[in-house]
Write a protein that binds this ligand. Structure first.
Ligand code: NI
Length: 174
């Protein structure tokens, strides 16, 4: 397992529509394990493969609270098979948007079908934080980012600030 660098927006690799995984093999399991390690190292509760530059439909999550036993989840080719009519609005963050949060309204519960780390087909009903997290990570697989749920003005301001921040962090040749 290895911690991989997380891409910070704006980055064209975060806007790609990812391709489905055809077979859950050792490569895919290694990818999922690296994603979990990267997510834990950054203290996130979810991560999508494109955030480490891999355009495949894989997400990981762990929504266990502090003090609870870790509950790592690997969801490969996730699809939503049902969503509740009632919505929840949460302040969401994203490891690709350090230090930014934005209110996003989403269905409060969803049923998700996916392949697990062993390639077995699973379906779960997710509620509350896990439902928000899974929907946020699934957005990433279609190149949809947190800022795409905000107003155009907010989106421009946030992306401009991140562009400046990234430029400031680039090594300077002297
Ligand atoms: Ni995110």
């Amino acid at each position: 397992m290895a911690v991989r660098p997380i891409l910070i927006a704006p980055d064209p690799r975060l806007k790609v529509v990812c391709t489905p995984v055809e077979r859950v093999d050792g490569d895919v399991r290694r990818l999922a394990d690296d994603m979990l390690e990267t997510m834990y190292a950054s203290e996130g509760i979810g991560l999508a493969a494109p955030q480490i530059g891999v355009s495949r439909r894989v997400i990981v999550a762990d929504c266990a609270r502090t003090g609870e036993k870790p509950a790592p989840m690997v969801l490969i080719n996730p699809t939503i098979t049902w969503e509740s009519e009632d919505e929840v609005s949460a302040s969401e963050g994203c490891l690709s948007f350090p230090e930014y949060f934005g209110d996003v309204a989403r269905p409060a519960s969803v049923k998700v079908r996916y392949l697990d780390r062993d390639g077995r087909s699973q379906e779960i009903e997710a509620k509350n934080l896990l439902a928000v997290c899974i929907q946020h990570e699934m957005d990433h697989l279609d190149g949809v980012l947190l800022v795409d749920h905000l107003s155009a003005l907010k989106r421009r301001i946030i992306l401009r600030k991140l562009t400046k921040m990234k430029r400031a962090q680039e090594p300077v040749a002297v």
